[in-house]
Design a protein around this ligand. Structure first.
Ligand SMILES: NC(=O)c1ccc[n+]([C@@H]2O[C@H](COP(=O)([O-])OP(=O)(O)OC[C@H]3O[C@@H](n4cnc5c(N)ncnc54)[C@H](OP(=O)(O)O)[C@@H]3O)[C@@H](O)[C@H]2O)c1
Length: 256
C-alpha cells in the first residue's frame, strides 16, 4: 500500500454509466481527478461531451461514448468500442438507472415494470459480464454498483424500483463471490436521497421532504458530489481487501 497515494488511479481506464449529470457525473469527475482515464456514458452523446469538457478543464482525461443501458445491442456496442479504443477496462461503475413509475405498487404496469427491470437489472448484469470479461483478461479490476437505500427499505410508491435495487445488492454479492478468483472486486454504493433530477419528485416536494427529514439524522438530502468519495474508495487500492460489501451513504437514514 502506498500511504502517500492510497486513492491513485493513474493508468486505469474507468467506465461510469449514466455520467452525463447527477451522481454519475460527480463520480466521473472524482475518478478523473485521481488519474483515471474516464469513459463518460449516457444515452445522449452531447450531454456526455459536456462532462468530458468539464473533466478536461479540470486537468483530467475523458472520452464520451453514448449507450442506452436498457438496450442489449447498445451495451454490446459500448464494450466493443472500449475494446477497440482502450484495449482494457479496470473500473466499471454501474450507475445509470430507471425509475419511470412513482405510484401504488398495485397499479404497476407491465411497461413500467419491464423498463425498470431492463435497465436496473439486465443492464447492470450484462455490463458487469462484459466489463468483467475485459478485467479478467488484464488480471483484475473493480466494479461498483450504485444501488439505493431502497434496497434495504423499499420506498413507498417506488415498488418495482426498490425490488430492482435489492436485486443489485444480490448481484453485487454473486459477482463478488465468483469474480474474486479473477482479482475483480465488486461492491455496492447505497445512496440516500440526493439532490438530482432523478429524485426531483422527492427532494423538490416539500410535503415529502418534511416527512422524510425526521428520519435522516443529518437532517438534509445529499449533494451528488457527496457520493463520489465513497466510490473512489471502493475502486481504489485503499479498498484492496473490500469485496461484496454495501457502503451506505445516507445521512444516517438506515440507522432507523
Ligand atoms: N438521487 C437519489 O436520491 C438517489 C438515491 C438512491 C440511489 N440513486 C441512484 O443513483 C444513480 C444515479 O441517479 P441520479 O440521481 O444521479 O440520476 P440523474 O441525475 O437523473 O442522472 C441519471 C443519469 O443516467 C443517465 N441515464 C438514464 N437512463 C439511462 C439509460 N437507460 N442508459 C444510460 N444512461 C441513462 C442520464 O443521462 P441520459 O438522460 O443522457 O441518458 C444521467 O446521466 C441511479 O442508479 C439511482 O438509482 C439515486
Amino acid at each position: 500500500m502506498d500511504f502517500q497515494k492510497p486513492f491513485d488511479l493513474s493508468g486505469k481506464v474507468a467506465l461510469v454509466t449514466g455520467s452525463s449529470r447527477g451522481i454519475g457525473a460527480s463520480i466521473a469527475r472524482m475518478l478523473a481527478g485521481h488519474g483515471a482515464q474516464v469513459i463518460v456514458s449516457s444515452r445522449k452523446q452531447d450531454a456526455c461531451e459536456a462532462i468530458v469538457a468539464q473533466i478536461k478543464s479540470e486537468g483530467g482525461q475523458a472520452e464520451a461514448i453514448a449507450c442506452h443501458i436498457g438496450d442489449m445491442e447498445s451495451i454490446t456496442n459500448l464494450f466493443q468500442q472500449i475494446r477497440e479504443r482502450f484495449g482494457r477496462l479496470d473500473i466499471l461503475v454501474n450507475n445509470a438507472a430507471a425509475n419511470p413509475y412513482f405510484g401504488p405498487i398495485l397499479d404497476t404496469t407491465l411497461e413500467a415494470y419491464q423498463k425498470t427491470v431492463d435497465v436496473n437489472i439486465r443492464g447492470y448484469f450484462f455490463a458487469s459480464v462484459e466489463g468483467g470479461r475485459l478485467m479478467k483478461e488484464k488480471g483484475g479490476g473493480a466494479i461498483v454498483n450504485v444501488a439505493s437505500i431502497n434496497a434495504e427499505n423499499p420506498g413507498v410508491y417506488q415498488g418495482i424500483y426498490s425490488v430492482t435495487k435489492a436485486a443489485i445488492v444480490s448481484m453485487t454479492k454473486a459477482f463478488a463471490k465468483e469474480c474474486a478468483a479473477y482479482k475483480i472486486r465488486v461492491n455496492a454504493l447505497l445512496p440516500g436521497a440526493t439532490d438530482t433530477k432523478f429524485a426531483a419528485t422527492l427532494v423538490k416536494n416539500e410535503k415529502i421532504l418534511n416527512q422524510l427529514m425526521p428520519h435522516v439524522p443529518l437532517q438534509r438530502v445529499a449533494q451528488p458530489d457527496e457520493m463520489a468519495g465513497a466510490v473512489l474508495y471502493l475502486v481504489s487500492p485503499a479498498a484492496s481487501y473490500t469485496t461484496g460489501s454495501c457502503l451506505t451513504v445516507d445521512g444516517g437514514y438506515l440507522i432507523g
